[in-house]
Design a protein around this ligand. Structure first.
Ligand code: SF4
Length: 317
C-alpha cells in the first residue's frame, strides 16, 4: 500500500514534485501494483491534481481512498475522482457549522465542504458509480466538538453518506520527551513533529462523549447510516484512549513493513506521525529507498521494540 501526499504545508528541503516527476513516479510505482491512498494536508490545493488522477487512471492503479476537506471541489476535480473510482472519498468534518468553522479558522468552510460533497455526489450519480464509490464524513473527536457530534451524524443522514469517528492522537509532555530521547539515541533523529501531538485534553467531557456516541449509534441504526469507528468502538476502550496513556490498543505496528508514504516533495516515509524519511525519489528510485539502510534499520528496530514510545496514540494501532 502507498500513501500519497499530493500537497503539504512544510517548506523545508526539496521543492514539490512537478507533474512530470509525479508521472515518472507513477510509472515506477505501477510495477508494484500498489493500493493508493491520496491525502494532503489538502490534495486539491495542487492545481494539477486532476491531471495526476487522470494519469493514475491511465496506469490502472487502484485508489482505496482520497481524503479531502472538500473546500476546493469542482466539477473537474469530481470527474477526475470518479474516473479513478476510489473505494472511499473521505471528507473531514469537525462538528456543527460554528465549531467546524472555528476549528478550521475559516468563515464558510462548513458550507463549502457540504457543497463539495454535493458536487461529488452528482458526478458519481451522473456516471452511475454509486455502488463503487463511497462518500464518508470523518470526524476526529476533540474536546471542542464532543457536545455536537450528533450534528455530524445528522449531516451524514441528510447527505446520504457514511460516517466515521476517529480518535485524537495526543500525548503528554513526559511521553513526548521519552519518544524524542528514544529517537535521538536509536536513530540519531530529532523528532520535532511529535510535539504537535501535545494536548492536556482541556475541557474534554467523557460522560458527554459516551452519551453522544450511544445516541449516534441509535440514530445511525434507525436511519440506515453506515457508521464506522477507526480502531475500536467499545465505550471502555474509547474512555481509556482519552484518559489513560497506559492503555495501548495494540502492541505492535506493521506499517513500515507494508506501507510507504510519499510526501508532495518526494520524501519516502513509513509513518503518519514520525517525520523520518528513508530518502527522496528525486535522488534514488523508490525500490532502492524501500529497502535501503535507513528503512531496514526502522524495520529491525520495530521488530525488536514492537512500538516506539510515541506510537501509543497513533491511529494505526
Ligand atoms: S504505530 Fe508508530 S510506527 Fe506505526 S504508524 Fe503509528 S507512529 Fe508510526
Amino acid at each position: 500500500m502507498c500513501w500519497w501526499d499530493f500537497q503539504e504545508s512544510s517548506k523545508n528541503g526539496h521543492e514539490e514534485l512537478t507533474l512530470y516527476e509525479f508521472k515518472t513516479l507513477i510509472d515506477e510505482l505501477a510495477t508494484f501494483r500498489p493500493r493508493l491512498t491520496i491525502t494532503g494536508s489538502e490534495p486539491f490545493m495542487r492545481k494539477d491534481a486532476p491531471e495526476i488522477l487522470e494519469y493514475i487512471h491511465e496506469k490502472r492503479l487502484t485508489v482505496d481512498c482520497i481524503m479531502t476537506n472538500g473546500i476546493l471541489m469542482s466539477e473537474k476535480i469530481a470527474e477526475a475522482i470518479v474516473k479513478v473510482s476510489p473505494g472511499i472519498v473521505q471528507f473531514s468534518i469537525d462538528g456543527d457549522e460554528d465549531v467546524h468553522n472555528h476549528i478550521r479558522r475559516m468563515k464558510g468552510a462548513y458550507q463549502r465542504t457540504v457543497r463539495g460533497i454535493e458536487i461529488l455526489k452528482s458526478a458519481i450519480e451522473h456516471d452511475g458509480k454509486c455502488e463503487r464509490i463511497g462518500i464518508r464524513l470523518n470526524c476526529v473527536i476533540l474536546p471542542q466538538n464532543v457536545h455536537c457530534l450528533n450534528s455530524v451524524a445528522e449531516l451524514a443522514k441528510e447527505l446520504g453518506t457514511q460516517l466515521q469517528f476517529q480518535y485524537l492522537m495526543w500525548l503528554d509532555r513526559d511521553r513526548i520527551n521519552l519518544h524524542q530521547s528514544f529517537m535521538r539515541n536509536k536513530l540519531e533523529f530529532n523528532d520535532k513533529n511529535i510535539c504537535n501531538l501535545y494536548s492536556n485534553l482541556d475541557g474534554l467531557d467523557l460522560e458527554m462523549l459516551e452519551e453522544q456516541l450511544a445516541e449516534i449509534k441509535r440514530f445511525c441504526n434507525k436511519n440506515g447510516t453506515p457508521l464506522f469507528f477507526m480502531q475500536f468502538s467499545d465505550q471502555v476502550a474509547i474512555r481509556r484512549w482519552y484518559s489513560d496513556l497506559n492503555f495501548i490498543p495494540r502492541r505492535k505496528c506493521l506499517e513500515p513493513f507494508l506501507v510507504s508514504r510519499i510526501d508532495a516533495k518526494g520524501n519516502v516515509k513509513f509513518c503518519p506521525l514520525i517525520d523520518y524519511s528513508y530518502g527522496n525519489v528525486k535522488d534514488a528510485p523508490f525500490n532502492v529507498l524501500w529497502n535501503n539502510r535507513k528503512s531496514l534499520k526502522i524495520r529491525s528496530l520495530l521488530k525488536k521494540q514492537r512500538l516506539f514510545p510515541g506510537c501509543i496514540r497513533c491511529c494505526k494501532l
